[in-house]
Design a protein around this ligand. Structure first.
Ligand SMILES: [Zn+2]
Length: 453
C-alpha cells in the first residue's frame, strides 16, 4: 500500500514540485521501453544517438577536433553499430581537454562529480540535472526487477548515507524515510557488530536488501554459520563488483531469496542489471550505448570479453561518447526468457574489492578506500595492499610525490576505521598491473584460509 501511494503520488509530487526535474516521467517512459522488441529499441537508440552526435558536432569543441582528426564528418548514423567508426574516449583525454569537453550552451550550468571510476582511478566529470533525473529513473527500474523498486522498504548495506548529527541528519532521515529506505554502515564491521547489524536489519523488516558484494557476503556467511535467516525479503541486490556463484549461494541462503547482480559506476550510474530470469544482466540500451571493444576500439562478438565503451545518450553537458571506463565485459546472445528486448551481458569483469581484516577482527570494506581516494585527482592508479595483519600499503602512480601532510591524512582516514595501532604507508610505484583477466584489484587482503562449505 505504501509503495503504491509513494510511487503514484508522493514521489512524482516531490520530484516535480520540489526538485523540478521530471524523474517520474522518465520512470514511466523507461517502464514502457524495456518491453520494446530489439528492433524497436535499436530505433529508439539510433534517434537518441543521432541527436546527441549532432549536439556534439555543434557544441563540444574538443569532440569536433578529435573526431575530424579521426576522419569523421557530421551527419546521422544509419544504425547504432556505425558508432564504432567514432574513436573511443579515455579519462586522460577528457581530463586534458576538460573545458572543451563541456557543451557551449551548458557552460556554468552543469553539476560536477569526482569518482574513483570503475577502476578506482580518480577522475572528475560534468553532468546535467536531466541526465541525473534519467539515471535515477533507470536505477529504479533496474532495482524494480529485483523487487526493490521505488518506495519498497529497503535496507542498504552501504558506506555512508546518513550525515552525523544536526539538521543535515534530520533532513537525511526524513528524505530516506520517505523513500522507505534505511542505511546500515558497512564500511567496517566487527564480529560483534555483525550480530547487531543482523538484528537491526531484522527489526527494520525490509522487503529488499542492497549492498556492496564483499560486506553483504561476509554478513551472509556470518548468518549461515549461525543458522540465522531473515524472513520476508524478496530480493538482495549487489553492486560495486561482480557476484560469483559461491557468494551468490551464500546470499540466497542467508536472506532466503534470489540475489540480483547489478553493474554501475559513478560516471553513468546503473548500466546493466539482472532480471528474474537470472540469465545475465540486461543493458539499459534505451538510455545508454554499451559496447565491448578490442584495443583498436572495434566491437568484439558476443561471447568474447572486451573493454567496456559507454555512451550516456542524455548527458548533454559533457557528452562522453564511447568512454572507456576501464572495465571488461562479455555480451550474451539470444533473447531472454523474461521477454524484455534489452540486450544482456553474460558477465562483467570489473574491479575487485577485498575486505581488509584487522588483528582485532574488524573488517573494512574495499569501498571505504575508494571513498578515501575520491579527491586524489592527480593519482592515475592506486592499490591498497595488506602487507601484514596490522599494516596496509597504499601504492600510487602519480606525477608528483605526496607531501607528508597528505600521507598523514590518508593514514588517519584508514586508522579511523582500522584502529590507532594500524600501520599505513604510502609508496609511489611506476605502474599497477592488472590481473590476467583484465581485472584491477583495488584492495588486496592477506591470503586467508577459505571458509568451509
Ligand atoms: Zn530478462
Amino acid at each position: 500500500m505504501y509503495e503504491t501511494i509513494f510511487r503514484r503520488i508522493a514521489f512524482p509530487a516531490y520530484e516535480t514540485l520540489v526538485k523540478r526535474r521530471g524523474t517520474a516521467g522518465f520512470v514511466a517512459d523507461y517502464e514502457r521501453s524495456q518491453w520494446l522488441p530489439p528492433e524497436g529499441l535499436q530505433a529508439l537508440q539510433l534517434r537518441a544517438l543521432n541527436a546527441l552526435l549532432d549536439h556534439c558536432w555543434r557544441e563540444v569543441p574538443f569532440l569536433q577536433r578529435y573526431w575530424r582528426d579521426h576522419g569523421r564528418r557530421p551527419g546521422p548514423l544509419e544504425s547504432p553499430a556505425a558508432l564504432a567508426d567514432y574513436p573511443t574516449l579515455t579519462k586522460a583525454l577528457i581530463t586534458a581537454n576538460y573545458a572543451d569537453m563541456i557543451a557551449a550552451s551548458w557552460r556554468g550550468r552543469t553539476l560536477s562529480k569526482t569518482t574513483g571510476g570503475s577502476t578506482g582511478d580518480p577522475f572528475r566529470f560534468e553532468y546535467t540535472m536531466e541526465a541525473y533525473a534519467r539515471r535515477t529513473a533507470i536505477m529504479w527500474r533496474g532495482y524494480g526487477w529485483a523487487g526493490a523498486g521505488l518506495g519498497t522498504r529497503t535496507a542498504y548495506l552501504w558506506g555512508t548515507g546518513m550525515r552525523q548529527g544536526g539538521w543535515g541528519a534530520w533532513k537525511d532521515r526524513l528524505y530516506h524515510g520517505a523513500f522507505n529506505r534505511h542505511f546500515f554502515d558497512a564500511f567496517s564491521l566487527t564480529q560483534a557488530d555483525m550480530d547487531s547489524l543482523v538484528d537491526g536489519i531484522e527489526r527494520y523488516r525490509p522487503r529488499a536488501v542492497v549492498g556492496y558484494v564483499a560486506p553483504l557476503v561476509s554478513v551472509a556467511r556470518h548468518m549461515n554459520a549461525k543458522g540465522r535467516t531473515i524472513a520476508g525479503i524478496r530480493g538482495v541486490l549487489t553492486g560495486a563488483e561482480a557476484l560469483y556463484g559461491p557468494e551468490r549461494r551464500e546470499l540466497e541462503r542467508a536472506f532466503g531469496c534470489p540475489a540480483f547482480d547489478t553493474y554501475g559506476s559513478r560516471e553513468v550510474m546503473l548500466m546493466a542489471s539482472e532480471c528474474d530470469s537470472h540469465q545475465g544482466l540486461h543493458v539499459n540500451a534505451d538510455h545508454l550505448v554499451l559496447e565491448t571493444v578490442d584495443e583498436a576500439g572495434r566491437p568484439v562478438p558476443s561471447g568474447t570479453s572486451g573493454e567496456v565503451a559507454v555512451t550516456d545518450l542524455h548527458n548533454y553537458g559533457m557528452p562522453m561518447v564511447r568512454y572507456l571506463n576501464g572495465d571488461r565485459a562479455t555480451f550474451a546472445s539470444g533473447p531472454c526468457a523474461c521477454g524484455r528486448g534489452l540486450p544482456r551481458l553474460a558477465s562483467v569483469d570489473g574491479r575487485v574489492l577485498e575486505m581488509i581484516e584487522t588483528p582485532d577482527g574488524r573488517k573494512i570494506s574495499g569501498e571505504y578506500f575508494v571513498v578515501l581516494m575520491l579527491d586524489a585527482l592527480d593519482v592515475k592508479h592506486w592499490q591498497v595492499v595488506q602487507t601484514a595483519p596490522d599494516a596496509v600499503e597504499l601504492r600510487i602512480v602519480t606525477p608528483a610525490p605526496w607531501s607528508p601532510e597528505r600521507r598523514a591524512k590518508f593514514a588517519a582516514g584508514v586508522r579511523a576505521r582500522a584502529g590507532e595501532a594500524f600501520r599505513v604507508t604510502v609508496t609511489e610505484v611506476p605502474d599497477i598491473p592488472k590481473t590476467a583477466t583484465g581485472k584491477r584489484r583495488l584492495t588486496v587482503a592477506l591470503p586467508r584460509t577459505p571458509p568451509g562449505p
